[in-house]
Structure formats: C-alpha cells, structure tokens
Write a protein that binds this ligand. Structure first.
Ligand SMILES: [Zn+2]
Length: 281
C-alpha cells in the first residue's frame, strides 16, 4: 500500500481557489497579490537586479525577472518590471512556493521561463498556476464565454483583471467553448536588408486554439504573414487595441485544402494578433 499525504492530493486549481478565497479576492475583479503574500507570510522586495543581484545567480547572461528564496520566505522582483509584468512575476513565485511538488529551494526565473512556451516543467506549472490566480480560475472562463470573441472583449477583460492583452487573448481562446484560434505575429527584423524604407513584415510567432477549433480544423498553422494593408490599418498611430479590423482569411490546411475564416486583427504596440472563427453564413 502506498501512503500519500492528503495535501498532495490537492489539484493546483483547487489550491488556487483556496488561496483566492483565503486572501479575500472574491469581491475583487483584479487580484491583489499583496493579500496572497500576506496569507502565506511571504515578504516581497523590489530592487535593481542588474546592480544588486550576486553574479553567481545570473545564468548564461540572462537577467532574471523574479526570484523566490523558500527558506527566507522572500519574493523579489526586478525594479525595471512594468506593473503588469511585476504582478504576474509575484504570482509566478507564489506558485513555486505553494505547489506541493516544487522543491523547497531558490528559484531564479527569467523571461524564457516565464514565457508561454517554456519547456521547463516547473516554470510551465508556475505559469499555469499564476494565470489561474490572475484570472480567478473558472470565473474568467464563464465570463469570457458570455462575450463575443473580439479585440474589444480582450481590452475589456485585460483591464478588468489587470492582465496583459496577450495573456488575456490567450486565455480567452484556451478557455473558449466555441471554435476559435489566436495567431500572434511578431515584427520580422529587416535591418539586415538593403533598403531602410521597406515595409515591415509581421510573421507568425505562435498560435493557440480552443479545443472545439482543434477538433473541427487544425491545431496550428505552419506559417502566416499579416497582409500589408491590414498592417497599415491596425498599426496606425493612435488606434486603440480594442479596435479590431475584420476580414476574410484563407488558410491552407494539412491536406492543402483552402479553408475560409472570419479574421479579426488588432495590435497592442508589440504584436499583431488575429482571431480566427468559422465564417458566419
Ligand atoms: Zn519560475
């Protein structure tokens, strides 16, 4: 017979729910990380990592964003982080602290680990747990499914939950009961090219799809480029992130068949995004 402590039977989302309740987040839209830190009796400090972090902690020249000293019950974040990133970083370190299978050790976390496609298991689990806290677990899921899939919804929910537009758009798709895909585009560096006034090219960085979309169509797109006329519209200075640009999008699937979707493009000053949905008849 195998013995297991009951604590280890707790699923991460139940643990997140417990922490949200114990720290009094129920009545709030945006989670307040200091309340959770207080429940766990963790200290949070902020300092300039570039100046004050010991050299041996920096690995491979990548500057960390946040760290957790388990024994000292201390979370530290870099002074240079903008507010939303600092919030997410604190929640990520809280995850390392509470997740039962995570080692009781020093965690030093950088951009790669906190990115959506990290291959490191502990980092991925900490990101998922942090997102559960940030989006109040199932609350966001219910809410997002009661809204249309659009740039305006991303803006509304990102401001409500005080999360980044990218994290919100991703969660909106991951938790959707309707078929939809999000394509995130990044600006291709064309400085190496001869002409300086050549049009910027936005190419696919990654995609996420809802379960119904994967079941009905495909799980990923091999390559995609934002049409120049769409780039010109969505990156117009002063245009709001919540103002999408709708158009028909053709995608060639694995069998080389052309499929038509309703696309909505929008821009958050870092990336161009596109929602794909089945065409309305
Ligand atoms: Zn981490």
């Amino acid at each position: 017979m195998e013995f297991k402590a009951s604590y280890l039977e707790i699923e991460p989302h139940e643990l997140a729910h417990y922490l949200l309740r114990e720290s009094g987040q129920q009545g709030r839209d945006a989670v307040n990380p200091p309340d959770i830190l207080k429940v766990l009796r963790l200290q949070h400090v902020t300092f300039d990592f570039k100046v004050e972090l010991p050299h041996e902690i920096r690995e491979e020249g990548v500057l960390p964003r946040a760290l957790l000293c388990f024994d000292e019950r201390l979370v530290a974040t870099d002074l240079s982080l903008r507010r939303k990133r600092a919030r997410f970083s604190v929640l990520h370190e809280i995850a390392h602290y509470v997740l039962p299978n995570h080692q009781h050790a020093l965690y030093v976390c950088d951009d790669r680990g906190m990115g959506p496609w990290t291959r490191l298991r502990f980092e991925r689990e900490a990101n998922e747990f942090a997102a559960d806290l940030l989006f109040h677990g199932d609350r966001f899921t219910l809410e997002t499914n009661s809204h249309v899939i659009s740039a305006a919804t991303v803006k509304l929910l990102a401001e409500k939950y005080r999360a980044s537009y990218e994290a919100t758009a991703r969660r909106l798709v991951e938790r959707n009961f309707r078929p939809c895909m999000l394509i995130i585009f990044e600006k291709k560096d064309r400085r190496a090219q001869i002409s300086v006034d050549i049009e910027a090219v936005w190419t696919k960085k990654y995609t996420v799809a809802s379960a119904p979309f994967k079941a009905a169509y495909f799980a990923d797109i091999q390559s995609a480029v934002v049409p120049a006329e769409v780039v010109a519209v969505v990156t117009t200075p002063g245009r709001d992130v919540g103002e999408g640009y709708g158009c028909r999008v053709t995608v060639r699937d694995q069998t080389d068949e052309r499929r038509l979707f309703d696309g909505e493009f929008f821009y958050n000053r870092h990336n161009v995004f596109c929602f794909l949905s089945p065409p309305k008849k």
